[in-house]
Design a protein around this ligand. Structure first.
Ligand SMILES: Nc1ncnc2c1ncn2[C@@H]1O[C@H](COP(=O)(O)OP(=O)(O)OP(=O)(O)O)[C@@H](O)[C@H]1O
Length: 501
């Protein structure tokens, strides 16, 4: 990092005491971090340690606009602490430390405040400058319908290039070319029309917009790139005047559900995920490697969104898009909830796909009241999170996705429903299900390598235990031997090396 200090300034090094003439561009020389002006010296080791920490922090903040505020805060802190006895000072450090731990504990009150008050307005300003928030319906060509949910209809589409005349656009629409976007329209997009006149659709669309902006700041590589929204200004073909549309970059032709419908799954994803066909001869081992890589990506993305307080609530293969480069991206944040501020959290509202939904049905206990105003909800969020572990909701769904991928007979919708009802009958104990089921499932993919896959599945698919825990969180799952010794990473690296030869 290039230093912004004038050349005359002495370099910042870890002194345990500064010379009395020390001037760090005069930012903190008066702060008496070291020995010069202190009334009662602290234990020298502790003092050296805290000086080092402070210097490290200041060095990293050297070029940020936060420095003046920090200087002022430190100088006030210094003024207060100079009047304290050693014990009082130690208590103060412990208190500040605990506050710091609270503010940075999941889901992150401090980073949440920075995101809401700094990053979100910055994103808004930048997007407006780049024209992202000024889209109009004429900027897009609407193509084939891809799906329909309760609140919206999803279409493939394309951005209309600047050099295409209004006349040409009209002809394209008129000739029905919109159904199959042609070569001139290179920038493919996904458009979601929020249903007009359907109860709750508008709110759902607004939430989805809010969540997409939020995840595009918090975990951009984990979700489909969100381009923005527009309101249709007249009624024609698919457009209804006043209706809202959401737009994403087109991330890939197929979602995981479509790949799983193919009899060749998971081999149909082999070269997409690894860049080439793997050398592994044993087909069970090869399947296991591909599935581990898919699960690793899903759980890594879940960890990222959970770290910022978001629970997706609708994790299923149809909401996992596979890009051409083999990246798995989360889509459809319409049911997501942000438990940092209680956004889209309505007690007892279950919006979910029953085939992937955990037994508790709700992300928080049913008796949880509606969230208080956002700043209060944010302050309370670390306690709420610790008490309820809402992230484990998504982890159950991830476990069902693992079972569906690894056990071919569970891939059909009917078989999944039967599996779910059997699971319910055995109290969501996967080991018991294995003993009692008459469906004779082929569990080889989960059983290889000492049953690491099976062990992971049993730790994802379960009832909540003591203190609403009892299921692996995303970070704990990533530390499970299934991923630590998974071999899929090695296969991915090897395939890249072979390709680059
Ligand atoms: N960014 C994207 N890139 C590529 N395909 C996408 C993208 N977003 C959505 N799709 C495709 O469109 C389909 C429907 O999207 P989405 O799940 O968001 O809609 P939905 O109406 O909420 O559907 P449902 O409620 O049934 O899940 C997805 O299954 C996926 O195949």
């Amino acid at each position: 990092m290039a230093s912004l200090l004038p050349r005359t300034s002495p370099p910042l090094t870890k002194h345990h005491s500064f010379p009395s003439s020390f001037s760090y561009n005069n930012p903190i020389s008066h702060l008496n971090i070291a020995t010069t002006k202190q009334n009662k010296p602290l234990n020298s080791k502790f003092k050296a340690f805290s000086n080092d920490l402070l210097l490290d922090a200041l060095t990293s903040l050297e070029s940020t606009p936060l420095l003046p505020f920090l200087k002022q805060a430190i100088s006030q802190f210094e003024a207060i602490q100079s009047d304290l006895t050693d014990n009082q000072r130690l208590d103060a450090y412990i208190f500040v430390g605990l506050i710091w731990v609270y503010l940075t504990a999941r889901p992150g009150v401090l980073i949440g405040a920075i995101d809401a008050y700094i990053f979100a307005p910055l994103q808004l300003g930048l997007d407006s400058l780049l024209g992202r928030r000024n889209y109009q319906m004429t900027d897009f060509l609407v193509g084939q319908k891809l799906g329909e949910g309760s609140f919206g209809i999803v279409y493939a589409g394309a951005i209309v290039p600047k050099n295409v005349t209004a006349e040409e656009k009209l002809t394209k629409r008129g000739k029905g070319i919109t159904k199959r976007i042609d070569g001139k329209f290179k920038e493919k997009v996904i458009l979601k029309k929020v249903k007009v006149g359907t109860k709750g659709a508008k709110e759902c669309g607004d939430f989805e917009e809010w969540f997409n902006y939020r995840v595009s700041r918090a975990a951009p590589e984990s979700c489909a790139e969100f381009l923005g929204t527009f309101i249709a200004d007249k009624t024609s073909s698919e457009f209804t005047k006043g209706g809202k549309w959401l737009v994403w970059k087109f991330e890939g032709d197929t979602d995981l559900a479509n790949y799983m419908k193919d009899r060749n799954f998971p081999f149909n994803l082999e070269s997409t995920m690894f860049g080439r066909v793997l050398q592994e001869v044993d087909s069970t081992k090869k399947s296991a490697l591909i599935i581990t890589q898919i699960m690793r990506q899903i759980i890594t993305s879940l960890k990222k969104i959970h770290d910022t307080g978001i629970v997706h609530r609708d994790i299923k293969p149809a909401n996992l898009v596979v890009t051409a480069k083999g990246k798995i991206k989360l889509i459809d944040f319409g049911a997501a909830t942000d438990l940092r501020i209680g956004k889209n959290y309505v007690p007892k509202r279950g919006l979910l796909d029953p085939d992937f939904c955990p037994p508790e049905l709700y992300v928080m206990p049913e008796e949880t009241p509606s969230p208080p105003p956002e700043p209060i909800a944010a302050i309370l969020s670390p306690i709420i999170w610790q008490l309820n572990s809402p992230d484990l909701f998504d982890m159950y769904s991830a476990g069902i996705v693992l079972m569906q991928m690894a056990v071919p007979t569970l891939r059909s919708s009917a078989a999944l429903k039967a599996f779910n009802s059997e699971l319910k009958n055995v109290g969501y104990d996967l080991n018991e299900w294995r003993e009692l089921t008459r469906s004779r499932p082929d569990l080889r993919i989960l059983d290889i390598d000492n049953g690491r896959g099976w062990d992971l599945a049993t730790k994802l698919i379960s009832e909540r235990g003591f203190l609403r825990r009892g299921r692996l969180s995303a970070s704990a799952a990533l530390r499970h031997p299934y991923f630590l010794l998974g071999g899929d990473q090695a296969a991915a690296v090897l395939s890249k090396l072979t390709l680059s030869k």
